[in-house]
Design a protein around this ligand. Structure first.
Ligand code: CAA
Length: 240
């Protein structure tokens, strides 16, 4: 019986690449998404991967959504917390709403999802949780006090929970992508984006597949000794 993997924000960008990589590695995939129905439908048509709509920022919606996935595909043994948003603004212009939206999705969303798969993983004595943090959670980024705070929080969450999961056969890890060629990065003003690429030693944006390969490694049965870790994939832009 193949393991079931649930990827949040799994129908676009880095999440779509993760969904496809895990499907190719033999997992049954559920790709969650929050808003873009058209992209989700295209993704399912092209890949055959089922999509499920709910917001990770809503605890009860996560509980119901995970129950629906498990009814269709069996217990979620692999959770990839990938869903994330930006609401970039210099801090002096950042609104409380921009702060809240990013924290609710990028940090509390990770709690909401993980909390609802954790009891089952503990009972079955196996689980893989990977959270997609960011280079900007490691180094901080001007214009992203909200996003950097949430993504740094994801790393603290990962290290704490790894200690709780260890005896139950559950590994909890993070991947910190640098700047990857997705809609999120392409939304950065062109002049700013060019400045960012100039700071990346390999001289280019990353590819979504380069992050997906890190995730496929961390969730594999063979990676059971790796927990509480962070893989940085950023083209040499920042060393921890
Ligand atoms: N790197 C270097 N300089 C930056 C910068 C960055 N990432 N972001 C802003 N700046 C600089 C601008 O170039 C500008 O400098 P000058 O005054 O010398 O021209 C100054 O900061 C102010 O910026 P703006 O004039 O653009 O100010 P604004 O108020 O109109 O906009 C902003 C502010 C919304 C933050 C906008 O600058 C912006 O979108 N910046 C990009 C922030 C960023 O890096 N976001 C990452 C998104 S991708 C992501 O989050 C994925 C991931 O995990 C890596």
């Amino acid at each position: 019986m193949p393991r079931t993997a649930l990827v949040t924000g799994g129908s676009r960008g880095i999440g779509a690449a993760i969904s496809v990589a895990l499907k190719n590695a033999g997992y049954q995939i559920a790709a969650n998404y929050a808003g873009n129905d058209e992209a989700a439908k295209t993704f399912t048509d092209e890949t055959g991967i089922a999509t499920y709509k709910w917001s990770v920022a809503d605890y009860d919606a996560c509980k119901a959504g995970i129950a629906a996935v498990e009814a269709d595909l069996g217990p979620v043994e692999v959770l990839v917390n990938n869903a994330g948003i930006t609401r970039d603004a210099m801090f002096h212009r950042m609104t409380p709403e921009q702060w809240r939206e990013v924290i609710d999705t990028n940090l509390t969303g990770v709690f909401n999802m993980t909390h609802n798969v954790w009891p089952g993983m503990r009972e079955r004595k196996f689980g893989r949780v990977v959270t997609i943090s960011s280079i900007n959670g490691q180094k901080g980024q001007m214009g992203q006090a909200n996003y950097s705070a949430a993504k740094a929080g994801d790393l603290g969450f990962t290290k704490a929970l790894a200690q709780e999961g260890a005896k139950a056969g559950i590994t909890v890890n993070a991947v910190c992508p640098g700047y990857i060629g997705t809609d999120m990065v392409m939304a950065v003003p062109e002049k700013v984006r060019e400045g960012i690429i100039a700071q990346i030693p390999v001289g280019r944006l990353g590819e979504p597949d380069e992050i997906a390969r890190c995730v496929a490694f961390l969730v594999s049965d063979e990676a059971g000794f790796i927990t509480g870790s962070t893989i940085s994939a950023n083209g040499g832009q920042f060393f921890v």
